[in-house]
Design a protein around this ligand. Structure first.
Ligand code: ADP
Ligand code: MG
Length: 732
């Protein structure tokens, strides 16, 4: 059905660009563009009870009116309450201000006239006012639309509310828009409002509807919309999972030859939780369908070794591994750690980041493409189209929440082929596979590699995250992933003491750090860095100034400065010095936020802790408490704290458990920010709130699998109603 040419479903051409910005491409989209609030034009608000910001109907007598020339030509009328005789000049008045006006305006608003106006109340220079209110003579019969609450739609400049109202009325006349798609048995069991009723109520509620329930989104009509939205999300996530399960992945049958050696040389034994995560991962990789596993563990729980063991399993089975981190610093650390763990073992590691010289990159690319590289470690440079792997078996993504869906998609689209039979030279068959992204993102099977003759294989994916997923998120946004949780920290760790200290006491703190540094302990001193270029300059200056101060204050102690603008080599150098305890105090911007691991560092000072998000503070603090010494984290805060900043600092001060912190974070900020880039490719929720609507989240999770097999349920129509670009999403 080509709706755009059907006159019934036509969007006014002049409005189309602006509508597109609201996500409205077709008339039917207007039906799900739901009002954010409602205005009651049926109730007349007395002049003495007006509130700034409210759009209301006011009735009154024109007290005075005049045309002013300054500061701009305008017409102003003063309205007093009809019950007010106008003698008392201190009784409340409402100014009506028109910059465009006509003789009709002036005559309608003649002193003594009783009028009814509608508009938004603003705080004017001389008291409350309305700019360009709509007016009617009092007692004029009301237009029928005024019998109901008037919806106010989210809009941008260029789409008048009236146009959206008209379009909504038209959209609700389309049969496929109002068709009931949820089977009656479910409507009954869940006590859900009928679909057409729900849409009708939301777009044009009767005046008898509760404006509070409508605006607070607790009205049964909203409940129905949220149910459907969550159900669509759940179904599409299940689709994505099924689609992936239907793909073929390398069957990783590890020999244990490498991992046994690694385990023997580790200075520690894996925790039970780590062992469990390894077992889950290995069994997943051995099933022939691509693994999509999220490895969750609080900061410091030891996720890297789990990933390393998974990587070795792939290498043992003859496959290559791409091991990716969000920052160069973190990637370098992984590279160093793996080099250290695997030295002398027959495993070729390749370092690949954007800061390599062209020649170095070329060599790295060649090594990956030829299959010489066993484990490629790097940043998102690993995603580039020109990087191809001969036999990519596993993709490890550290701190996955830092990566966008698009980037993961790019890696997933990299097919691979089964390992060559024994004896065949590994480097001889270069199978530079094309990514699928030029094919419009349809989930067609991957093309067979030239000369390979066999079906291409999707790599397994192991994602790691220290941002714990609250239950509500796990059931909704992450429902398509398998999750392994490391819920235990390695033994022998000392607890971290967190202190909140006013920044006025910075000198005192510096003295304390100087003392501990002289005893061989190490400290991070973290400064916030705002990622806005002009502000960044200032922040950088602050960090530099602090560094200079500390250098003067701390003779015989090495202080170093680390920030994001430094060259990768420079950063790596400084980190190496810090790891070797040649530097005792590391002044740093948040480049150290994720993953940095220096067990001897047991102190941390965070400047302007009030500016950091909870997840960030938790991640930062997780850099200490990794060794045998007791650790202390000092949060310096500025005096005037906002309420949310206070809330955050309280949470981080009182809690050390990442799960609790993440829940609080979700409560304070909502899921959008917690999810980070992952959300960008997901069908984001416009109306449901996974925490508040947790009962619905649970209901749809249980219902989705049943509905999929219900012949009376048209899943495709249902998903089309809710989810745009569904195909691309399904592959992420
Ligand atoms: P994260 O989960 O935050 O990525 P890492 O993998 O960086 O944590 O591990 C933190 C530190 O703990 C590292 O120094 C690592 O070598 C060490 N570690 C990992 N597992 C254990 C264990 N079972 N026992 C003792 N130390 C461990
Ligand atoms: Mg880590």
């Amino acid at each position: 059905m080509s709706e755009s040419t059907d006159t019934q479903t036509y969007l006014p051409p002049a409005l189309r660009p602006a509508l597109a910005k609201l996500g409205i491409q077709h008339l039917r989209d207007v039906a799900l563009h739901l009002p954010m609030r409602y205005e009651d034009q049926t109730r007349v608000v007395p002049i003495g009870e007006l509130l700034v910001g409210e759009s209301v109907v006011v009735e009154g007598v024109v007290d005075h009116s005049e045309t002013l020339q300054r500061p701009r030509r305008q017409f102003v009328a003063l309205l007093r309450s009809s019950t007010d005789d106008g003698v008392n000049h201190l009784s409340p008045r409402l100014s009506l201000r028109y910059f465009n006006f006509y003789p009709s305006t002036v005559s309608a608003l003649k002193p003594g006239n009783t009028v009814r106006v509608y508009g938004e109340i603003r705080e004017g220079y001389y008291g409350l006012e309305m700019v360009h209110p709509i007016f009617k003579k009092a007692n004029e019969p009301q237009a029928p639309s005024n019998k109901a609450l008037t919806p106010v739609y989210p809009s941008s400049a260029g789409v008048p509310q009236a146009a959206l109202r008209t379009l909504a009325t038209k959209a609700l006349k389309l049969r496929d828009v109002t068709a009931e798609l949820v089977p009656p048995s479910i409507l009954q069991a869940q006590r859900l409002t009928a679909w057409d009723t729900a849409l009708g109520v939301l777009h044009s509620p009767a005046a008898t509807e509760s404006a509070i329930a409508l605006e607070g989104r607790t009205h049964p009509a909203w409940r129905r919309v949220k149910f459907d939205e969550l159900l669509a999300q759940q179904l599409s996530l299940r689709d994505a999972k099924l689609l992936r399960a239907a793909e073929t992945a390398p069957t990783i049958a590890p020999t244990g030859s490498l991992s046994t050696l690694l385990l023997q040389r580790l200075p520690f034994k894996l925790t039970a939780a780590q062992n469990r995560a390894v077992a889950e991962t290995l069994s997943d990789m051995n099933r022939g369908a691509p693994m999509t596993r999220l490895l969750q563990g609080d900061v410091g729980s030891g996720k890297t070794i789990v990933a390393a063991l998974a990587a070795l399993a792939a290498v043992e089975a003859g496959y290559q591994v791409a091991f990716m981190a969000p920052t160069e610093l973190l990637a370098a650390q992984h590279f160093n750690k793996l080099s250290h763990w695997l030295h002398d073992l027959p495993v070729t590691l390749t370092w690949l980041t954007g800061s390599l010289t062209a020649a170095e990159q070329k060599a790295a690319h060649a090594s990956c493409a030829k299959g010489e590289t066993h484990i490629a470690i790097g940043t998102h440079a690993l995603f580039q189209k020109k990087v191809s792997f001969a036999r990519l078996g596993l993709v490890v993504v550290d701190e996955q929440h830092r990566f966008g869906v698009e980037q993961r998609l790019q890696l997933r689209q990299r097919g691979t082929s089964p390992p060559p039979p024994r004896g065949e030279g590994l480097g001889e068959r270069e199978l530079a596979l094309q990514t699928n992204s030029d094919q419009g993102g349809t989930p067609s099977p991957q093309p067979s590699p030239p000369g390979g003759g066999s079906q291409s294989l999707a790599p397994h994916t192991l994602m790691m995250s220290a941002t714990p997923i609250p239950r509500s998120l796990a059931m909704s946004y992450y429902a398509d992933l398998d999750v392994s949780v490391i819920d235990e920290l390695p033994g022998g760790r000392q607890p971290i003491t967190t202190k909140l200290v006013s920044e006025n006491r910075r000198t005192e703190i510096a003295r304390r750090i100087y003392e501990i540094a002289q005893t061989g302990a190490q400290a991070y001193w973290v400064c916030p860095l705002i990622e806005e270029s002009d502000k960044m300059e200032i922040e950088l200056q602050n960090a530099t100034a602090l560094y200079t101060d500390l250098v003067t204050m701390m003779p015989n102690v090495r202080v170093a400065l680390l920030h994001g603008r430094m060259k990768a080599e420079e950063k790596a150098d400084i980190m190496a010095n810090f790891i070797a305890n040649r530097v005792q105090v590391l002044v740093s911007t948040t480049v150290i936020e994720v993953g940095v691991d220096v067990p001897n560092a047991s102190w941390m000072v965070i400047e302007h802790a009030e500016r950091f998000g909870l997840a960030q503070l938790h991640q930062l603090r997780g850099r200490i408490g990794r060794g045998a010494a007791a650790s202390t984290c000092i949060l310096l805060f500025a005096d005037k704290l906002s309420d949310t900043a206070k809330q955050r600092l309280k949470v981080i001060y009182e809690n050390i458990d990442g799960f609790v912190i993440a829940r609080e974070d979700l409560r304070i900020r909502g899921p959008g920010e917690l999810l980070g880039p992952r959300q960008s490719g997901l069908p984001s929720l416009r109306y449901a709130n996974i925490e508040e609507d947790i009962d619905l989240v649970e209901a749809v999770r249980d219902l989705a699998p049943k509905l999929e097999h219900d012949p009376s349920f048209n899943k495709l129509a249902f998903l089309n109603r809710w989810i745009k670009n569904r195909v691309e999403f399904a592959k992420a």
